[in-house]
Design a protein around this ligand. Structure first.
Ligand code: GLN
Length: 309
C-alpha cells in the first residue's frame, strides 16, 4: 500500500498509467453505435476528485468522451431527489445477471426492470424525470455542467443520431414496458430524451467532479443537499451491485467500490467520504466494460487500500 494518508493522488495515478501503458490487449470500442467505433482503444485517462473539488489526473484525463450509461447514475439521483421511494415501485434494485440491453426478464417480471442501470431501468427513470421536469436531458446536462464547473459540456448530436438510427433494441424495450403501463410519455419522446442523455460528452475530470455528491453523502458542490445521506448510500449500493451489469460481481471482487460503466469506455467510482474517480479507455470487454478502466481501478484500490471493504 503506498498512500492512504498522502495529500496527493498524483503519484499513484502516474504509477497506474505507466503500468497500463505497458499492458497489451485493451478490448474493442463499441461498434453497435457506429459513431463510437472510431476511438483509439489505446487512449487512457484517469482522474480523482476530492470532496472539496481538488482534482488530480493523468493521461487523457481532460479529453472529452461519450458518457453513455454513466449518465444513468445522474438521472437516477435527479429523479430520486424529486419523487423519492415511489420510483422503486416502477424499477427494482436487484442485479439482473443479464447484458445491459437484455429483454428477457421484462416479460416474466411484468414490465418492471430489475434495476435502474440496465437500459430498461434507465428508460423508466428518464421517463419519470421527463414527466417531472419536461426536459430530462436538459436537466441532466445542467446538473453536470454545474457540478463539473464546466459550462461547455454538451450533447453530441452525431452520437445521438447514430444511436437513434441503430436503436431498435431500446425502442423494443420502451414499447414493451409501455404495454405494461410502466412508461408515461410517448415512446418517441422518451427515446429522443434517452439518446440525448447518453450522448453527453465529458472528460474524466468533469465526471470525477460531477460524481462528488456521492462521496459527500448527497451534498452538491455548492453545499446544498440533493439527496439524503440514506439515498446517497442507496445509489452507491445499487452501483456496487448493478453498475457493471453481468460483471458486477467481478467488479466488486476486483475493485471493491461502487462503480458505473458506459460503452464509451468510461467508468466512474466512489470512495464514500474520501474521493470520486473516473477512468476512460475505449476498448471494451464482451460485457461492455472498459478493459483498461477496470484494470486501473483494480490497481487504484490495491495500491491505496481505498475500498469500501
Ligand atoms: N446508449 C447505450 C445504449 O443504450 C448505453 C449503453 C451502455 O453504455 N452500456 O445502448
Amino acid at each position: 500500500m503506498i498512500m492512504t494518508s498522502s495529500k496527493t493522488f498524483q503519484p499513484v495515478l502516474e504509477r497506474i498509467a505507466e503500468e497500463i501503458g505497458r499492458t497489451p490487449g485493451r478490448g474493442r470500442p463499441a461498434d453497435y453505435i457506429p459513431a463510437l467505433a472510431a476511438r483509439d482503444p489505446r487512449a487512457f485517462g484517469m482522474a480523482v476528485a476530492e470532496p472539496d473539488g481538488t482534482v488530480y489526473g493523468v493521461g487523457d484525463w481532460r479529453e472529452p468522451f461519450s458518457t453513455q450509461s454513466i449518465t444513468k447514475v445522474f438521472t437516477l439521483a435527479l429523479d430520486l431527489a424529486r419523487e423519492g421511494d415511489e420510483l422503486w415501485e416502477h424499477v427494482g434494485r436487484e442485479p439482473s445477471g443479464n447484458p445491459f440491453n437484455s429483454l428477457v426478464q421484462l416479460e416474466y417480471e411484468s414490465g418492471i426492470p430489475r434495476n435502474p442501470f440496465i437500459n430498461a431501468g434507465a428508460l423508466v427513470v428518464t421517463d419519470r424525470l421527463q414527466t417531472r421536469t419536461g426536459d430530462a436531458a436538459a436537466e441532466l446536462l445542467g446538473f453536470l455542467r454545474t457540478e463539473s464547473r464546466n459550462p461547455d459540456l454538451d450533447f453530441d448530436r452525431e452520437v445521438a443520431a447514430s444511436e437513434d438510427a441503430h436503436g431498435d433494441r431500446n425502442a423494443a424495450l420502451a414499447h414493451f414496458m409501455a404495454s405494461y403501463g410502466n412508461i408515461d410519455n410517448p415512446v418517441p419522446v422518451l427515446l429522443d430524451q434517452y439518446f440525448r442523455q447518453c450522448s453527453v460528452t465529458a472528460s474524466c475530470a468533469d465526471l470525477a467532479l460531477a460524481t462528488g455528491f456521492l462521496a459527500r453523502h448527497g451534498v452538491r458542490a455548492d453545499g446544498s443537499r440533493l439527496l439524503s445521506s440514506s439515498q446517497a448510500k442507496q445509489i452507491n449500493a445499487v452501483m456496487m451491485t448493478c453498475g457493471t451489469y453481468d460483471a458486477a460481481g467481478e467488479f466488486a471482487y476486483r475493485v471493491g467500490l461502487p462503480g458505473k460503466s458506459g460503452v464509451g469506455g468510461g467508468i466512474i467510482a466512489v470512495v464514500p467520504g474520501r474521493c470520486t474517480l473516473c477512468v476512460w479507455s475505449p476498448g471494451l470487454d464482451e460485457r461492455g466494460n472498459s478493459v483498461a478502466g477496470v484494470a486501473a481501478l483494480d490497481r487504484f484500490t490495491t495500491l491505496t487500500g481505498l475500498s469500501v471493504f
